[in-house]
Ligand binder design. Structure first.
Ligand code: DC
Length: 234
């Protein structure tokens, strides 16, 4: 009753998934990380040597899409769903810098986007969903009741990501991360198909100087207001 669709888009490393997960938990909604889907396709293409430093075999990538099975499986211990690629839990493998380096190139391919958007729209048929990505409010769910566009300065985002990867034990410098963040911003916003942009009706949410708790409280109250106004409508 009164369940809505929440679309969260924005630049990489703005903390979309952290906040989306928290929101979904508090509202008892399903959370879907669409970036994980693009990352899983990238991992598949890297493993099968269809993409790399000197390879970019778009036709072979498109051909291979029929061999890729993606599934989210709920992990009750963690309280959210994890990404499975052809039956294998790839949560850890899809978060490496190697995958981050190539994922924007994969996300530029029209056929990849069509396949993943179709899957996402299918998953969203049940209301009560929080989905984050780059084109959720513009392409996947243009009619979402609540759309959020998250942003933060590149330096802040790079620093957050740097800390995250250091904790995971990756050997990486802040400068490398900043370069990756800037490069991804550029590719994500200038690509031909579904470039990252603020959706009509979306709230801009700049969290450069906001802690997690404050972000959560603000977005939770936005969501509650929208849900409240939906109550009583058919
Ligand atoms: O949110 P993320 O950093 O895990 O996303 C990984 C990449 O996937 C990002 O560079 C852009 C792309 N992406 C996209 O193009 N559309 C989406 N809905 C989600 C992610």
């Amino acid at each position: 009753m009164g369940k809505i669709t929440i679309a969260i888009d924005g630049y990489s490393s703005t903390g979309k998934s952290t906040i989306a997960k928290q929101l979904a938990k508090a509202l008892d909604y399903v959370y879907i990380d669409t970036g994980a889907m693009y990352r899983a396709v990238t991992l598949y293409t890297l493993r099968n040597k269809l993409i790399g430093e000197k390879i970019n075999d778009i036709r072979a990538i498109v051909k291979s899409l029929s061999k890729i099975n993606l599934e989210f499986t709920y992990n009750p211990t963690l309280g959210y769903s994890e990404m499975y690629l052809n039956g294998e839990n790839v949560e850890k493998e899809i978060r490496t810098l190697e995958v981050s380096k190539y994922v924007s190139r994969i996300a530029e391919i029209k056929e990849v986007r069509e396949m993943l958007v179709g899957m996402q729209q299918e998953m969203g048929k049940v209301k009560g969903i929080v989905m984050d990505g780059r084109d959720i409010g513009t392409v996947v769910f243009p009619n979402a009741e609540l759309k959020v566009f998250m942003t933060a300065s590149p330096a802040k985002r790079a620093y957050r990501r740097y800390k995250e990867l250091l904790e995971k034990g990756e050997e990486i410098t802040y400068e490398q991360i900043l370069k990756n963040v800037q490069l991804r911003d550029h590719i994500d916003s200038s690509r031909e198909f579904s470039p990252l942009r603020k959706a009509d009706g979306a709230i801009t949410f700049d969290n450069s100087d906001m802690g997690l708790q404050e972000q959560f409280e603000r977005l939770f109250s936005y969501a509650q207001r929208v849900i409240e106004t939906k109550k009583g409508t058919p």
